[in-house]
Design a protein around this ligand. Structure first.
Ligand code: ADP
Ligand code: MG
Length: 366
């Protein structure tokens, strides 16, 4: 499968969801209150949204600013765009030639490497060769699971410790090098969150005080859309129900908070008749198992995005080191068990409100 069909598959899966009027990574405003005004447009093979409070008139002015932020991030960080910082770094892997990159690229990469360290490599921004091996990222369609030898060779190319990021006071300020030929960076697990933070900062600079930015379920809010609300109330979509508006529960984003969901139900390839989700465990090269989705509440969209991917790989029991490094972050896990359980971390006490049908499935972890 080439990368186009890989992406086409992903967008086909997404379109089905859109057809059901569910929001892409499963979140939207539930409830009967008057709807905020929302602009929705396609970007990064997915959908972006900007919502403003009821009656706002500045949507036409602000939407292009947010769209501009997303385009700028895509130009810099896209795995597929030949001129992006990421593609340029990947072409020089193993050559010994460091690649000068924008300060923003260095910043996201530094944060990706921190989460890699905190998670013991469960989150790894060099995961791309494994993604290809399983048929993503322009890899070929797998009719069978990868052979043991192929897996071993690929695993040797996935190692965040072999990424060198040098930041200097003098130009070029930041340069990146990957130690081995065949290594590739893939910031797909963190870039959308970073893009949302960029848009959030740009809207603050515009003097905007009430808004919600959403890029494929990576959301960050400011203020509250209606009087008497503490913030933007977000429904976490129930991926086990096909109809729109089925929620696992809700979380309210207070000023500046962000939320992201990683799941195994939206982007996947089919290998030997089994769905292989697009999150791979770099420690053994196998698709991450045990969960259907993880939703993370955090202080920034970048943290929510990276942590949702990391926690999806780590599972409920290995979460502590990562969460300790990000005080205030909490998670809602939907387990791939029969029956499914909602396991929720203590930070979300008083915050996560399960939907009526899910109340008995909730288990608070400590
Ligand atoms: P989405 O892209 O649907 O919002 P995620 O934020 O969970 O979902 O990111 C999934 C993406 O992260 C994959 O498409 C891939 O680019 C990348 N990825 C997959 N496995 C890992 C991993 N173990 N560590 C870091 N990034 C990963
Ligand atoms: Mg992520």
């Amino acid at each position: 499968m080439n990368h186009l069909s890989d992406r086409a598959l992903a967008s086909a899966a997404k379109l089905i969801l859109t057809g059901l009027a569910a929001l892409l990574a499963g979140c939207r405003q539930p409830g009967p209150a008057p709807a905020p005004v929302t602009a929705r447009w396609p970007v990064m093979s997915t959908v972006a949204e900007l919502s403003l409070p009821v009656g706002a008139t500045n949507l036409p002015r602000l939407q292009p600013i947010v769209a501009g932020c997303f385009d700028a991030v895509e130009n810099r960080l896209s795995f597929f765009r030949e001129t992006s910082d990421i593609a340029r770094i990947n072409r020089q892997a193993g050559t010994g030639i460091p690649v000068a990159v924008a300060a923003g690229t260095a910043d996201v990469l530094a944060q990706a490497l921190s989460v890699a360290r905190e998670s013991g490599g469960a989150f790894d921004p060099t995961v791309a060769p494994l993604m290809r091996l399983w048929g993503f990222r322009g890899g070929v369609t797998n009719l069978a699971r990868p052979a043991h030898e192929a897996l071993g060779g690929t695993l040797a190319l996935v190692d965040w410790r072999q990424v060198t990021l040098v930041v200097t006071a003098a130009p070029p300020h930041a340069a990146v090098h990957l130690a081995r030929p065949g290594m590739e960076l893939d910031l797909g697990g963190i870039a959308k969150g970073y893009a949302v933070d960029q848009a959030y900062d740009a809207l603050l600079r515009e003097g905007c005080s009430v808004f919600l930015v959403n890029l494929a379920g990576n959301m960050r809010g400011r203020g509250a859309p209606a009087a008497g609300r503490r913030g933007w109330r977000i429904g976490i979509r129930d991926p086990l129900q096909v109809q729109a508006g089925a929620w696992l529960g809700t979380l309210t984003l207070e000023d500046g908070e962000a939320l992201a969901t990683s799941g195994n139900y939206e982007r996947f390839v089919v290998v030997e008749g089994e769905r292989v989700p697009h999150i791979i465990d770099p420690r053994d090269g196998q698709p991450a198992r045990g969960l259907i989705s993880v939703t993370v509440l955090a202080g920034s969209a970048l943290e929510a995005d990276a942590l949702s991917t990391a926690l999806f790989v780590l599972g409920v029991d290995q979460r502590r080191t990562v969460l300790r490094a990000h005080p205030g972050c909490g998670a809602v896990y939907l387990t791939d068990t029969r029956p499914p359980r909602l396991r929720v971390t203590p930070e979300l006490h008083g915050r996560f409100r399960p939907a009526p049908g899910w109340k008995t499935a909730v288990e608070w972890v400590d």
